[in-house]
Design a protein around this ligand. Structure first.
Ligand code: ADP
Length: 286
């Protein structure tokens, strides 16, 4: 079987093009980590097949070496992350580019899970320019039209590092359907049809909450509390029509619009509390 060494190729691409990214080593098997004692604390990532944090292992020190993957992987220096940012960039066949406002991922420190996303990100102007310049360089160096989500870390020293790039419409851009003049989907059509790009600017500040299957529930999906969420002003529900729910399965997302950040945060938390995706079927494990 051919293994696509996606994460390895990406890191090598950033290095070759002098795009800031955390230092890394390629490891073919667990044993290789013995050579890189100076690299800890580090993050070990499977070269392919990982998603949403699966296939990513934090290694605090050499003692945790047995947690490492025994397959082709990337060993990265751990970044002291201040914020995680996604910068969506569109580029058409004529080289015209459009940048959406950067999006900020807010994590729940207890559950270590994405809590919600905010657009535009709250970063100083200088940092926003840096993010834009780096993301633009990534996309120009890739030399192909398309829409790209450049995922970046803003570290505690104020440095901006590229984590990875998704060459597609992205979950960090779903809010653009309601919140921006030209959504990421509208933009992709324009690129594919050879039209001029649309306007990526935001009409309103927005938050996105992922709707995730509740723990202990597997089977036909039922949306408890949906009416309460539908009553909330300027909240847009997107259900993906998946018949079956499972713990942690992404079943949809909600976009919230508001000029006030406090209102976005309040509603994001309220949606997470009110809407539970459960199964009322007999096979439900409680
Ligand atoms: P995936 O593609 O599965 O989402 P990522 O490469 O985005 O994997 O990593 C998942 C998460 O792990 C990131 O969102 C970040 O919180 C953390 N992470 C990844 N790389 C590093 C790193 N070098 N230093 C610190 N944390 C990291």
């Amino acid at each position: 079987m051919r293994i696509i060494r996606d994460k390895i190729l990406q890191k090598q691409f950033y290095k070759e093009n002098e795009i800031p990214t955390s230092a890394f080593r390629v490891t073919e098997r667990r044993e290789d980590l013995r050579k890189y004692a100076d690299f800890f604390p580090a993050v070990h990532k499977l070269a392919s097949g990982g998603y949403d944090g699966r296939g990513v292992q934090l290694l605090n020190g050499e003692k945790e070496y047995q947690l490492a993957f025994d397959q082709p992987s990337i060993l990265e220096k751990k970044v002291d992350i201040h914020k995680e940012i996604s910068q969506i960039v569109a580029i058409n066949a004529t080289g015209q580019t459009a940048l959406y406002p950067p999006v900020e991922m807010i994590f729940n420190p207890v559950l270590n899970q994405l809590d919600y996303q905010l657009s535009p990100a709250e970063v100083p102007q200088q940092t926003a320019w840096r993010i834009e310049a780096i993301a633009l360089k990534v996309v120009k160096d890739l030399k192909t039209p398309g829409i790209f989500a450049v995922e970046l870390f803003l570290d505690k020293n104020g440095d901006v590092l590229v984590n990875e790039t998704a060459p597609r419409v992205h979950n960090s851009g779903h809010h653009t359907i309601e919140a921006n003049f030209s959504s990421q989907f509208d933009m992709l059509w324009r690129i594919m049809l050879g039209y001029p790009l649309g306007n990526p600017k935001h009409i309103m500040h927005a938050a996105i909450v992922n709707l995730i299957g509740s723990e202990g529930h597997s089977g036909e999906a039922s949306y408890e509390g949906i009416e309460e969420v539908l009553k909330m002003e300027n909240v847009f529900l997107h259900l993906y029509g998946k018949k079956e729910t499972r713990p942690g399965r992404k079943m949809g997302h909600a976009t919230i619009l508001s000029p006030e950040k406090s209102d976005l945060v309040y509603k994001a938390k309220a949606i997470k509390q009110k809407l539970r995706i459960i199964s009322l079927q007999p096979q439900t494990i409680v």
